[in-house]
Design a protein around this ligand. Structure first.
Ligand code: NAD
Length: 310
């Protein structure tokens, strides 16, 4: 079996490459553009076991080279940071929509056995009470989530129109090793270690549902093996926390003062709460295994050991 993992040098993608390398005897091809968020060193220990191709999912030759002879495709490649999408949406549309289109066209051409698109809970938008199921409407708020939603509907349409064997996972916020320090958990860990101020948006009461990246990798693996083709699967950790709670926990574990907290002007279109109902994925036999606190301690331990990684 040969698997193409696009965006495999990024945060979740590299964790998934490690996971597949440990658990399967597959030939692994990684296609990654190595943007600011991608780092070949994320794969350093296993680089000789895989085929690494530096390239763009939007480029026909790069995708053709990477995908030919592959049985499985898992697409993690994306622009992913909401703040950057507010500054400049164009690269988000290019990669997350047009790049996805290019992958789908090649998946048809090479007749792949399964194509799994990695998406996000952000496509559903904000929810005050209750949780989003896979049947909920999409209602994205930022250019990032809108471009991810664009990718999702294209993937789904390729199933309906051409019968392409696709699956889509939508996970909640991930944290863990190898995450580029621009998102709240790695950013605040590294800043707190250096006694720098931690900039909390607005009143800090925005709620996210957190999942440890290894639990997401297992969820993706479960969907890839047992999911019904053409379907969407939510993969949530079931750990809803406000940004302020996360900040306090990081400071507490690191033994740092709360004086490091600074409230800053809120992000434009900042969604208040994300919440996922993951019962459909749980019916396939998946369950998150890590408690939030253990996973946060593990993650902080990794950043302490790898202070100079980024
Ligand atoms: P990331 O930003 O850490 O990594 C993205 C990777 O894609 C990088 O290695 C980058 O170099 C690569 N890439 C970007 N543009 C590319 C292109 N045009 N061609 C080839 N490679 C390209 O992202 P992440 O946090 O690991 O997220 C991976 C996927 O999971 C994304 O699709 C994201 O939407 C989704 N997701 C992330 C989270 C999260 O909390 N991080 C939550 C839910 C869903």
């Amino acid at each position: 079996m040969k698997i193409l993992i696009t965006g495999g040098a990024g945060f979740i993608g590299s964790n998934f490459v490690h996971y597949i390398n440990e658990n399967y005897d597959y030939e692994i091809v990684v296609l990654d553009k190595l943007t600011y968020a991608g780092n070949k060193d994320n794969l350093k220990e296993i680089i000789d076991n895989i085929q690494f191709i530096k390239g763009d999912i939007g480029n026909e030759n790069d995708v053709s080279n990477a995908m030919k002879d592959c049985d499985l495709v898992v697409n993690f490649a994306a622009e992913t940071h909401v703040d950057r999408s507010i500054e400049d949406p164009s690269i988000f549309v290019k990669t997350d929509v047009i790049g996805t289109y290019n992958l789908l066209e090649h998946a048809r051409k090479y007749d792949v056995e399964k194509y799994l698109q990695i998406s996000t809970d952000e496509v559903y938008g904000s929810i005050e009470n209750g949780s989003f199921s896979e049947k909920s409407n999409i209602d994205p708020s930022s250019p990032y989530s809108a471009s991810k939603a664009g990718g999702d509907v294209l993937v789904s349409a390729y199933h309906k129109t051409y019968g392409l064997p696709i699956l889509i996972t939508r996970s909640s916020n991930n944290f863990g090793p190898y995450q580029y320090p621009e998102k709240i958990i790695p950013l605040f860990i590294l800043k707190a270690m250096k006694n720098e101020q931690l900039p909390v948006y607005g009143d800090g009461q925005n709620i996210r549902d957190w999942i440890y990246v290894m639990d997401n990798c297992k969820g993706i693996d479960t969907v890839l093996n047992k999911g019904k083709l053409g379907e969407f699967y939510n993969v949530g950790g079931g750990n809803e926390k406000t940004n302020l709670e996360i900040t306090h926990m990081i400071l507490d574990i690191l033994g740092k003062s709360e004086d490091l907290i600074t409230f800053v002007e809120d992000r434009l279109g900042h969604d208040r709460r994300y919440s996922l109902d993951s019962s459909k994925t749980k019916k396939l036999g998946w369950e998150p295994e890590w408690s939030f606190e253990d996973a946060l301690r593990e993650t902080i331990g990794w950043y302490k050991k790898n202070k100079n990684f980024f």
